[in-house]
Design a protein around this ligand. Structure first.
Ligand code: SAM
Length: 239
């Protein structure tokens, strides 16, 4: 199935086994890919469903629900302080490929920028494209940017980690290797900005149940750290 074109639809486009294709989707299938009536493609709704579908006029007719399992066995939410420049685009793309569930763009004490609504739209588009490309069944949710203080309590979990490059903290991997890591719970990972966390932020997170962790002996860029954290989680859960 992997070679068939994947088209992301919104759940309301599907009514009784028939998908009403948007003008953009039709243009892509018919004009760009030169598909004809009867040609197959895969419709994805981003919430876990893949359907083998056949083009018929301006619609897609669902043939069957496919059994696809490309998601991590545990939900992972990343709280990410916004880095400078366009680095966040790359973080969203890579973390989507690695299986992230939610990304919270965070305004921390040392974050300079407040992103425009257009940026959020762009990040969501990048997440859709990356999810399609990496054959995921779920499209990660990119939340509205929020303050560090709101972000800390945005998801309930008992597995909450705050990455801190200074200090003598145990490695994230040492927690991930403990038995029972895969639960109904989710893992939350907070990563700071280029300037790092303030003392007040670290203290508040620890009071809120976040475990400070190391990602190794070298200081990673704010855009590298989330990729390392997610790679460790996927290795710990999938190997
Ligand atoms: N200027 C900060 C300093 O000197 O400590 C460095 C901040 S680093 C560029 C950005 C964020 O990445 C940090 O706040 C932390 O969350 C994460 N990070 C980078 N390297 C790390 C490491 N080795 N262990 C844990 N977290 C790390």
């Amino acid at each position: 199935m992997a070679q068939l074109q994947r088209i992301v639809i919104s759940p309301e486009q599907l009514q009784e086994q028939k998908i009403s294709l948007t003008p953009e989707q039709l243009h892509y299938l018919v004009r760009v890919l030169r598909s004809h009536d009867g040609d197959k493609f895969i419709a994805i709704d981003g919430t876990g469903n893949w359907w083998l579908t056949q083009l018929q006029g301006e619609s897609g007719i669902v043939i069957e629900l496919l059994d696809v399992n490309t998601e991590l066995p545990i939900a992972v939410s990343l709280l990410l302080a916004l880095p400078k420049g366009n680095g966040f685009d790359d973080v969203i793309r890579a973390c989507t490929e690695l299986g992230v569930t939610n990304i919270v763009p965070m305004l921390s004490d040392r974050t300079l920028l407040k992103p425009s609504p257009q940026k959020l739209e762009r990040w969501r588009k990048i997440a859709i494209e990356a999810a399609e490309q990496s054959e995921r069944t779920m499209i990660p949710t990119i939340l509205e940017p929020m303050s560090f203080y709101s972000a800390l309590s945005s998801f309930p979990s008992t597995q909450k980690y705050i990455c801190e490059g200074r200090g003598n903290h145990s490695h994230l991997l040492s927690y991930l290797q403990k038995p029972g890591i895969i639960t109904n719970d989710q893992i939350i990972i907070a990563i700071g900005p280029e300037g790092g966390w303030t003392e007040a932020e670290l203290e508040l997170a620890i009071t809120g149940g976040y475990q400070p962790v190391s990602l190794g002996k070298r200081i990673l860029r704010a855009i590298t750290a989330p990729i390392v954290a997610l790679s460790l989680i996927s290795a710990a859960c999938e190997v």
